[in-house]
Design a protein around this ligand. Structure first.
Ligand SMILES: C[S@@+](CC[C@H](N)C(=O)[O-])C[C@H]1O[C@@H](n2cnc3c(N)ncnc32)[C@H](O)[C@@H]1O
Length: 506
């Protein structure tokens, strides 16, 4: 299906105005459809939304047109939208299916999905029809260059991105343009690249329809279209799927194994300005005889600090099934499905891969002689958006790098907000088996501490130095203060690193 013309800024502006006039917005949809149908639609399940839009209201007509891929009578559309201009510029086409009312029906050529920006902006994401989150039945026989809308991975990356004002941002593999759209709020110049020209076209439409500034759009693979340019922020939700062959451009990178993710991370070092961040979603192999953490460490480019979080691990069968379903292969002939499944397992066997990790990779160009690289597993729920928490993590790394144990003991700390203590042990037992400190914000971390750690954290209100607090605890517990001062800094370091304790007067 040809895409609407992206040269008609006047038409995009009129369309935006018309959509907003009838509250075709994220909030408007939620009100019309109700939460269950609204969230079902985000899963590409359309039946509840079809039931909720049986009425003849203007908003219902737009939902049917732009989200449900339905034919809507010309007169109903003309009540709401500038039909002639939209037909002329290719946003709408006359229905040619010959169904009831044929000749008088109109269809949309693209999916236009309202998307609420972080400050309540009314944005619209333009993508190919009927696959805004991959389609409940999978992508099926769609063209390899199909452009998907916003999915869970897209919003995850948007949520973890550090949003400080910057001069330049680069979005690699922009797709429908959602990351570029977010970047347009805080970056003076946004460059967006994609291997797929259709994706760049959708991005241009997304930005125009959302009332955002134009971006510098470049076609090509990974960093190739931007030459030697450097950026303050690089983001990418790349085609990270580790698959037996390139089939769908939006997910299969076309390089072997996790090579695409490795190269995009490794090459980011040379493309970042000092202090700049690069943030990626990625998949990585868990290879027999190799620590996955070491594999990831080896990807970190020189001069960069890194924070790598593994959010989930799937064994190779779960992983293959996930992506077979995503492609709609489960709906094909069983023998064909079995052959495809086999091909995935062959690929993993050849690569000695047992499982695949999913997660987030953040780099910060610090130029530090001894960069800090943290690779960890945190599969638990977090509080999005996390951009500020990501930035704070790197600031704490700077602090810890600059403070040896003696300096830590001389420093003052404050317990972070909304941290609670949990005691874990057998019911009725006098003493807990262990004590856990738990955060209710950000990463929502939990960490085991000993009695000294718990007591220390509880007293930290910034007034006494860490050393003085330890001396007091030593006295209370009848311990040798010198020994306590000697063994506790490692625990304090961990509590600072994980954000339970905040240095005072930094
Ligand atoms: C998973 S989609 C992400 C789309 C969008 N950025 C988002 O967050 O929803 C990956 C995008 O990368 C593009 N792509 C695939 N191979 C690429 C490559 N080698 N270089 C640049 N982009 C590529 C695809 O066309 C697709 O638009």
């Amino acid at each position: 299906m040809p895409l609407p013309s992206s040269d008609r800024a006047d038409v995009s502006a009129r369309l935006r105005e018309a959509l907003l006039a009838v509250d075709f917005t994220a909030d408007g949809l939620l009100e019309l459809l109700g939460a269950p149908a609204y969230t079902a639609l985000a899963r590409s399940e359309t039946v509840p939304a079809l039931r909720a839009t049986r009425g003849d209201g203007a908003l219902a007509a737009l939902v049917r047109l732009f989200l449900l891929q339905d034919s809507v009578p010309h007169a109903r559309v003309a009540d709401v939208l500038p039909v002639d201009a939209l037909l002329d510029s290719g946003w709408l086409v006359a229905d040619s299916k010959g169904a009831a009312g044929a000749g008088s029906g109109l269809r949309a050529t693209v999916d236009v999905r309202p998307y609420g920006g972080p400050d309540g902006e009314d944005w619209f994401i333009v993508s190919d029809l009927g696959c805004a989150v991959g389609g409940a039945g999978g992508i099926g026989s769609r063209d390899e260059g199909v452009v998907l809308g916003v999915g869970g991975a897209s919003t995850t990356l948007a949520g973890i991105t550090v949003r400080t004002p910057v001069a330049s941002a680069l979005d690699i593999g922009t797709g429908s343009g959602i990351q570029a759209l977010h970047a347009s709020r805080h970056a003076t110049r946004v460059t967006a690249t994609d291997l797929n020209p259709r994706a760049l076209h959708c991005t241009r439409l997304t930005l125009a329809l959302s009332g955002a500034p134009e971006a510098d759009l470049r076609e090509g693979s990974l960093y190739e279209p931007v030459g030697d340019a450097t950026y303050d922020l690089i983001v990418s939700n790349p085609p990270f799927v580790i698959s037996p062959g390139a089939r769908l451009t939006y997910r299969d990178g076309g390089m072997g194994g996790d090579d695409l993710c490795r190269s995009i991370v490794q090459e980011a070092g040379a493309r970042l300005n000092e202090g700049g961040y690069a943030q990626f979603l990625a998949n990585w192999q868990h290879v027999e005889g190799e620590e996955w953490t070491e594999r990831l460490r080896s990807w970190v480019p020189r001069g960069c600090d890194a924070w790598i979080v593994q959010r989930e691990v799937q064994d190779v069968t779960q992983y293959a099934e996930l992506w077979l379903r995503d492609a709609g292969d489960h709906r094909t002939d069983p023998a064909e499905y079995a052959a495809r499944y086999d091909a995935w397992l062959d690929e993993f066997e050849a690569r000695k891969t047992r499982a695949v990790g999913f997660g987030w990779i953040t780099l910060r160009k610090s130029g530090a002689a001894e960069p800090s690289v943290t690779v960890e597993e945190w599969p638990h729920p977090v509080e999005q958006p996390l951009g500020e928490a990501v930035q704070a993590f790197f600031e704490r790394q700077d602090y810890l790098r600059d403070h040896d144990d003696a300096a830590l003991l001389a420093a003052h700390f404050k317990l972070a907000g909304e941290v609670v203590q949990e005691q874990v042990g057998l019911p009725g037992a006098e003493d807990p088996e262990h004590v856990v400190l738990r955060q209710h914000r950000g990463m929502r971390r939990a960490t085991k501490v000993d009695t000294v750690g718990a007591g220390f954290a509880g007293v930290c209100d910034g007034s006494l130095s860490a050393g003085r607090i330890l001396d007091a605890i030593a006295q209370l517990m009848g311990e040798d203060p010198v020994l306590l001062r000697d063994r506790t800094p490692a625990q304090i370091r961990l509590l600072v690193e994980q954000g339970f304790l905040e240095p005072v007067g930094r």
